[in-house]
Design a protein around this ligand. Structure first.
Ligand SMILES: Cc1ncc(C[n+]2csc(CCOP(=O)(O)OP(=O)(O)O)c2C)c(N)n1
Ligand SMILES: [Mg+2]
Length: 350
């Protein structure tokens, strides 16, 4: 048995129940781009992100017949979360959907049973029902088996030069893995969703439905004020052009936030989505975000290599305050969306 958690269940009460149940009864948990961080991503019972920018372990397992019962918990069925409406999620399984929003239930994915319930209440009922005792033993060997499937897809390195965003995210994660991570809109979101491993729970934020570019910059100020934890924001040069000026507010109120600008001189996502466009549709001047940040009271660094990135991260990790890393990179490295993209192409959208 496994639970695939969606956006509606991405809150603290559900996380607490999920971790407790998973540890007590070996329940496997997967998330989506809209619920990443609801369960610790370094946990042995974690399958990974399913859908857009999803993990290999989650996609392979949930599309196989290794899982007998799959519970979709607070699941928001979108093109991203459903892996382009992939029907194989039903393969060999009993599908149960639990949630409170009637519009979500039995929508597009053909469900076997539906329960209208608060997600956390449902989990505590599930435990009281006693049925998880059986799962505990059945899932034990499955968990060992699944550990052999890597979480990540292999990084594709045949395009672009300089810092590869996948390497950058893994390095940032290694140095600042306890920070709250806030991902903006663009290729950098895809890399972050895949390669950032959220330790602990409720420490990952990203706007996934309307996806406004630059959202993460002002959102980080609110998140920092509400949570009072260190934050790292993965943003792009296009995002900075939309809402970058908001870093002023962060510095003015001395928020402990590190902004990392994936400065690839492109609206990278636009380039990938509209390859036949004229260059001017997606190319951008290489702005100096280090100087921009300094003019607004932040400390800025510009980095061109992974070594320079590591030393800037080390510097930040030793102090609190508002900082920006202007990271020069290429727009061409492929985002980790091969499974998603193949389905979009098959549907004739791209
Ligand atoms: C307000 C708004 N306008 C346009 C878009 C479409 N859009 C999504 S990602 C993106 C490119 C963002 O560029 P950048 O911040 O440089 O990120 P990159 O893809 O290069 O990593 C655009 C234009 C959007 N999501 N929101
Ligand atoms: Mg860009």
């Amino acid at each position: 048995m496994a639970i695939l958690v969606g956006a509606r269940a991405n809150h603290k009460r559900v996380s607490e129940h999920l971790v407790k149940l998973s540890e007590k009864y070996n329940v496997l948990v997967a998330s989506t781009v809209s619920s990443k961080g609801v369960f610790p991503e370094n946990h042995r019972n974690y399958l990974g992100v399913y859908g857009y920018s999803g993990h290999r372990r989650a996609i392979e397992t949930l599309l196989s017949n290794k899982i007998e019962t799959l519970i979709l918990l607070g699941f928001d069925t979108t093109q991203w979360t459903s892996l382009v409406w992939e029907e194989d999620i039903k393969k060999g399984k009993y599908l149960l959907q639990v949630g409170t929003d009637i519009k979500d239930l039995d929508f597009v994915i053909d469900i076997d049973s539906v329960i209208i319930s608060d997600e956390a209440e449902f989990l505590s009922f599930l435990e009281r029902s006693g049925c998880l005792e059986k799962i505990k033993y059945a899932n034990e060997s499955l968990i060992k088996d699944l550990q052999t499937i890597p979480l990540f897809y292999e990084v594709v390195r045949d395009k672009g030069s300089g810092i590869h965003p996948a390497d950058a995210i893994q390095m940032i994660n290694e140095c600042l893995g306890d920070y709250i991570c806030i991902a903006d809109s663009g290729n950098h979101r895809s890399f972050t969703t895949h390669y950032w491993v959220s330790r602990g729970t409720n420490k990952f934020f990203s706007a996934n439905t309307i996806c406004p570019v630059g959202w993460a910059i002002p959102a980080s100020v609110g998140i920092s004020l509400a949570r009072k934890d260190s934050c790292v924001v993965m943003t792009g040069d296009g995002c900075m052009l939309m809402h970058g000026i908001e870093i002023q507010t962060a510095a003015r109120y001395k928020r402990d936030i590190l902004y990392i600008v994936f400065n690839n001189s492109y609206y990278g996502a636009t380039y990938f989505n509209n390859k036949r466009n004229i260059k001017e549709m997606s190319a951008l001047p290489t702005h100096n975000w280090k100087k921009f940040s300094e003019s607004l009271g932040l400390t800025g660094w510009r980095v061109n290599t992974l070594d320079e990135l590591r030393s800037a991260l080390k510097n930040k990790s030793e102090q609190s305050g508002t900082f920006l890393i202007d990271m020069i990179c290429d727009h061409e490295p492929e985002t980790p969306v091969s499974e998603y993209k193949a389905r979009v192409v098959e549907a004739g959208v791209l």
